[in-house]
Design a protein around this ligand. Structure first.
Ligand code: GLN
Length: 208
C-alpha cells in the first residue's frame, strides 16, 4: 500500500453528468483528477469515478466515444472504481427498468432498479447512517431520480441503507464489492467528503 498522502491519479468519466463536482472533491482531497473521455485517458490511472447523470445516455456516449470496452477492462482490472447514482447503474451486473438494450460495465454482483424511489424523490436531500464512511454525524445523501439496490450477491457488502418514509422498507443505497464502490446518492454535490475519502483509501489499497 502506498502512503495516503500520495497524489493518486483518479479518472472521472467525463462524458456527461456530475463531472466537475467529482473533480472538485478529488482536488480538495489532494488527488490528481483526470477527465476521461477516450480510452487513452485511462492509461496510468490509479482509480476511476463514474459520475451521476443518466446511465442510458452514458452508455450510448461511451460507445460513441469508443471507450466502452476500455472502461469495462478497467473496471475488471482490480483497480478501485466508484460509481455514484448513474455510475452505480453502470457498475451493476443486472439492472431493472433499463431501456431496451441498455448495457452496463458490470463488476458489481448486484441488481439495481433505475429511478426506483419514484416521483416523490425525483430529488430529495436526506441523510444516512455513515457506518464505514466514518464520523459521528449523519452523512448527507442527495437522491436525484436515484436507483436502489434490489438484491446483492454474497460478496457484496451493504454500507448504507435508506428509508424513503418511516413506513417504507429500508433499501441498500451504498454497496462495496472488493475494489468497486457504488452509492445511489450524490456525495459530490455536497461539501461532505467522507465518501470520497473512503474511496481514496480504497485507491490506496488497490493500486498496483
Ligand atoms: N435515473 C438516472 C439513470 O437512470 C440516474 C440519475 C442520477 O444519476 N442522478 O441513469
Amino acid at each position: 500500500m502506498l502512503m495516503a498522502n500520495q497524489k493518486f491519479r483518479v479518472g472521472v468519466l467525463g462524458l456527461q453528468g456530475s463531472v466537475i463536482e467529482h473533480i472538485q472533491a478529488l482536488h480538495e482531497l489532494g488527488a490528481t483528477p483526470v477527465e476521461v473521455k477516450l480510452s487513452k485517458h485511462l492509461e496510468d490511472l490509479d482509480g476511476l469515478i463514474i459520475p451521476g447523470g443518466e446511465s442510458t445516455t452514458m452508455y450510448k456516449l461511451a460507445h460513441a466515444f469508443d471507450v466502452f470496452e476500455a472502461l469495462k477492462t478497467f473496471v475488471h482490472s482490480g483497480r478501485a472504481v466508484y460509481g455514484s447514482c448513474a455510475g452505480m447503474i453502470m457498475l451493476a451486473d443486472h439492472i431493472l427498468d433499463g431501456i431496451e438494450g441498455q448495457e452496463t460495465l458490470g463488476g458489481l454482483d448486484v441488481t439495481v432498479r433505475r429511478n426506483a424511489f419514484g416521483r416523490q424523490v425525483d430529488s430529495a436531500a436526506s441523510h444516512v447512517n455513515p457506518g464505514e464512511f466514518g464520523g459521528d454525524t449523519p452523512l448527507p445523501a442527495v437522491f436525484i431520480r436515484a436507483p436502489w439496490v434490489e438484491s446483492v450477491g454474497s460478496k457484496v457488502q451493504v454500507l448504507a441503507t435508506w428509508q424513503q418514509t418511516p413506513e417504507s422498507s429500508p433499501r441498500a443505497v451504498a454497496v462495496r464489492q472488493g475494489s468497486l464502490l457504488a452509492t445511489s446518492f450524490h456525495p459530490e454535490v455536497t461539501s461532505d467528503r467522507r465518501v470520497h475519502r473512503y474511496f481514496l483509501d480504497m485507491v490506496a489499497d488497490y493500486v498496483q
